[in-house]
Design a protein around this ligand. Structure first.
Ligand code: ARG
Length: 269
């Protein structure tokens, strides 16, 4: 074999190695791009017409929410506390935040659970009343006694426009993933101060799939019902640190109260 052919072979081998590295990098980038919510995939708003997002007056998406009635949105208290109706727009029917699809509905009234203080203490629930009914199918609330929704291992669908990694960017598109409900005893091991009476955890023991910042207020759906509201967690998708959700069944009555048109109170001073 001559020197030329050896050089050719060396060049060829180098080129092949470089190509392999390039393919590897492209693969890594593709994997990164596929991380949605954290570890999920694109969701169709047509399949989940009840999922909405909360935007600032400037149109910046900051939380999620769920239509439970044509004029009522259930979200997290930490998304709305201290805000005025004019500070929040409810955007429905818009899978792509950069599109003009669907509607942006003004908020008429904000109800925050009266005992809400911070997410770790629970009661992370809020109801927004809209100024006009929205033409989108609402998601049913669970009944108060519907404990089966919270059985360990039950598959829960999480949805939102939040970050795709703990230190990542929010998503332009609606994303979804499925995570199993975690047994209360296991979640109490993950988080001291976990309150099983008013919270529920969902996630894989090894992590990798979770809600993240910006997904708060959005739904955890079990058996077609609004079982949970995205509330908090340590990091996102970390092993042994599942997402914590507001246990909606417990709040069924208080959610329905502010939802009753006749109960809209005019504050007296
Ligand atoms: N508090 C976050 C929000 O405001 C949601 C965090 C959920 N974290 C988690 N690891 N599941 O969007």
């Amino acid at each position: 074999m001559g020197a030329t052919s050896r050089v050719t072979r060396l060049l060829l081998a180098t080129a092949l190695a470089a190509a392999a590295v390039a393919v590897g990098l492209t693969q890594a980038n593709a994997d990164q791009d596929n991380q949605r919510i954290v570890g999920g995939s694109r969701a169709s708003i047509a399949d989940h017409p009840y999922v909405v997002y909360l935007a600032t007056a400037e149109g910046f998406q900051f939380c999620g929410g769920t239509l439970v009635d044509d004029k009522k949105v259930v979200t997290a208290a930490h998304c709305t506390v201290g805000k005025q109706p004019a500070d929040i727009a409810v955007v429905a029917g818009r899978e792509d935040k950069e599109s003009g699809a669907g509607v942006s509905a003004p908020v008429q009234k904000i109800w925050v659970h009266p005992e809400y203080t911070n997410v770790r203490s629970g009661n992370d629930v809020s109801v927004l009343t809209l100024t006009k009914p929205l033409p989108y199918r609402p998601l049913p609330l669970p009944n108060k006694d519907e404990e089966g929704l919270y059985a360990a291992g039950a598959p829960g669908v999480i949805l939102g426009w939040g970050r795709v990694a703990a230190d990542g960017q929010p998503s332009r598109y609606l994303l979804q993933a499925t995570v199993p409900v975690v047994a209360d005893a296991d979640c109490a091991e993950s988080y001291t101060g976990y309150k099983p009476e008013t919270m529920v955890c969902a996630g894989l023991p090894e992590g990798g799939v979770d809600t993240c910042q910006g997904d708060s207020g959005g739904p955890l759906i079990v058996a077609g019902k609004l079982a949970g509201i995205t509330s908090w967690g340590e990091g996102c998708a970390a092993p042994g640190k599942p997402g914590v959700y507001t246990r909606v069944a417990v709040y069924r009555d208080v959610i329905e109260e502010p939802a009753l048109e006749s109960k809209v109170s005019v504050p007296t001073q």
